[in-house]
Write a protein that binds this ligand. Structure first.
Ligand code: SF4
Length: 326
């Protein structure tokens, strides 16, 4: 590990100002950052510890939703009664992620900012445009079983690893931030992540010195919520395909649906035409297949991950079947 200096932030303004310095990184749970530092994939010169900031509350909003502080631990969020009862997809997505020990440390803000688990990103002897811009991409033509079939570029085919973010996308969450000039923003989570293009090292729309303070959820949606994750083993594994669904159906017809996908793309993936097709449609195999075709329009495998295309189709069909059962 490279040497670094350390500072404990006592206020949000101090944290934002300190993180604006080149080479500085915020640390909270550290469940991803410390691993990356040990491998010298991340080499911050200064760490800003934000663990003592007052961002660890889950509060009701005046609109009837929830405001989740950036430092709320994943295990506390999954166990919150309001989340379990009204945002079940989020609770289940959190519990599908990592291990109990990691969930006890990992925070809401850190979960959103965790880095890809592409093997080559973690191996500093291999070319990787995300770690070392302009060096190439070892996953193209390499071992790419876990990589993207949607939204990738010639520079990077890595997927976003977060389960939580997939559920947040289906729930229309917003990410609240504060920057070094004391300005705040509420970023719809659909606009929080960037596609890789030719700059895969830039993963979010956050500016330097802009820190996540909270995630807000709108009032609970109507309908059944599901989070289904398909992975190589039953726990402590990242999604090959995951689906978060909020589906309102009755009498064999679908009134509305929101669908978000993980494991398929560089960011949590949502396809408006697929959701529009479901409005007023019968809950039938034909409808579900047509929706899967909308979602997978333009999907392209890289050899090792070709199986994700039929796997995503089957997973979506199973989720929609479960969501529309009366
Ligand atoms: Fe790096 Fe992205 Fe290629 Fe993986 S897929 S090696 S993260 S550039």
């Amino acid at each position: 590990m490279k040497a670094f200096t350390y500072e404990r932030a006592n206020s949000l303004a101090q944290a934002a100002a300190a993180s604006a310095n080149p080479g500085a990184k915020l640390i909270a749970g550290g469940t991803n950052l410390l691993d990356l530092m040990k491998l010298q994939v991340e080499r911050p010169t200064h760490l800003v510890d934000i663990n003592r900031l007052p961002l660890d509350k889950i509060e009701d909003t005046p609109e009837g939703g929830l405001r989740i502080g950036a430092l709320v631990r994943n295990s506390d969020l999954a166990a919150d009664q309001r989340v379990r009862q009204q945002y079940g997809a989020l609770s289940r997505a959190l519990l599908a992620g990592a291990s109990a020990q990691l969930r006890n440390k990992a925070t809401t803000g850190g979960n959103l900012l965790q880095r890809t688990r592409c093997y080559y990103f973690y191996d500093v002897t291999k070319p990787c445009n995300k770690r070392d811009p302009g060096s190439g991409c070892a996953a193209l033509g390499g071992f790419n079983r876990i990589h993207a079939i949607l939204g990738a570029s010639d520079a990077c085919i890595a997927v976003n690893p977060s389960d939580m973010a997939v559920a947040l996308l289906a729930l229309d969450a917003q990410v609240e931030t504060l920057d070094a000039e004391n300005a705040t923003r509420a970023i719809p989570i659909a606009q929080f992540y960037r596609l890789p293009g030719d700059t895969p090292q830039i993963e979010t729309t956050l500016k330097r010195g802009e820190i996540i303070t909270a995630v807000t959820l709108p009032p609970p949606p109507t309908g059944k919520q599901i989070y289904r994750k398909v992975r190589d083993r039953a726990s402590y594994a990242f999604a090959l395909v995951s689906v978060a669904a909020v589906v309102d159906a009755a009498g064999g017809k679908i009134r509305s649906a929101r669908l978000a996908f993980g494991g398929l793309a560089p960011k949590p993936w949502r396809v408006a035409p697929a959701e529009e097709r479901l409005i007023g449609a019968p809950a039938s195999a034909e409808t579900f297949d047509a929706v899967a075709s909308d979602v997978l329009d333009g999907a392209r495998g890289q050899g090792g991950n070709d199986f994700k295309i039929p796997l995503a189709r089957r997973t979506l069909r199973a989720v929609l079947t479960a969501a529309t059962l009366t």
